[in-house]
Design a protein around this ligand. Sequence first.
Ligand SMILES: [Zn+2]
Length: 455
Amino acid sequence: MGWVLRLVETETDGAERDVDVMELGRRRDLHDIANLGLTLAEAKQLLTRVQQEIVAAQARDHAVPRPGCSSCGGACHIKDWRLHQVATLFGVVAVRLPRFRCVSCGHNEGCISWPSHCRSTPELDQLRAHLSALMPYRVATDVLTHLLPVASGKSPETLRRHTLRIGEQLRAAPADKLAAAPESITVTADSTFIRNSDDAERHLEVRVGNVEVAEGSRRVFAAVARSDTDIVDLIRRNLEAVGRTETTTVTAFTDGCTGLGSILADAGITKPPVADWFHIAMRLQHAKQAASGLSTDEPGRIAAKTTIIKEVERLHWRIWNGKAKDAQLAFERIRKVMHVFRGERGHRTKGVASRKLWHALHEVDNYLRGQSVRLVNYAERYRAGQRVGTSVTEGTANFLVNRRMNKSQQMRWSRRGADLLLQVRCAIYNGAFGSGFGQLFGPLGRSRAEPTVSA
Ligand SMILES: [Zn+2]
């Protein structure tokens, strides 16, 4: 048993046309499961050939009508033919298209609206950028060439170039507006660092964050500091996209970097940002862990440890309830009993618990002093169903930056390369990049009844 794949052109004005695309040859018997159906190699070849035939037919069709002269309205005749080599998802195709000239006035008339130097289809460009945003350029290249008959743009460097170009386009794209104006919007902003390829400056600062409305819509944004992406403009556009109006309440959360505070102010968020509870909680957690590791090898230490654990809990409660001013009381009480741990023996790997506790408490104290004006009654906000900050920001930095760009991957980034790749990553996670692949949040403006992420 063998097959020939034949492509039949239908609905033509003239005679029906058909062409044998490919012989699929004899199928081998099914004793071996590996013989079932088409192989990847066959499928790639099949796609390439079908693509070539379809493009050839399209080009033939496209060359038939004669355009009118856009200058004088006269008749045009064919001046010459141009061969366009275009990379598609299914191989490089050669498209032969005519150029026209007006008989009366000599004006040149084209027959395509895409630029003659165009070398790839938008779909291929987008897929290349999409994969590159989710995995290293080299891996993306492998995946692409493994699965598809993509003949050009095989090198990681080509993929990088295309991806960054898409990033540039995304950066310039206007915000897509959401119709419904929300009552309140929460903005969170944070900084993280990636390794710089330029040794003069070891790290690049990346500002990341998200804009969120109570109804559940979320958008992430990111930009490398001192790149061509204007972070203020970026935040503004994201606020616009979720429907900010003059009456919308915008609450911002930051980790306390003063730089971020002024960026948010420039973006029109006039209320001072609130210190993110997550950042406080993390420091308290360190203190709690250290306290629970204190040794109990002497009776005095057992009692002191109990007191300390209780005081750290109380410290947590005070800050949560907006009584950070009383934090000093807890520090005082802990200090009073700490002396019993003098000479405490350290754990082989974990170190000396009392020293760690002291360090952790110092961190909490420092944070409270530095952030005193930005601390709020978190318990009250929480009870009112409002955000108290967000572990989301930390998560945002993680999935947006670290997963693709972090230090453990031994990657070094140029300022421009990292920034533009981040624009593509944000677009993907925001669902603004076509397919649901890689997308984290439902596209804005769509109802919940309309699921967009496929299982
Ligand atoms: Zn003319």
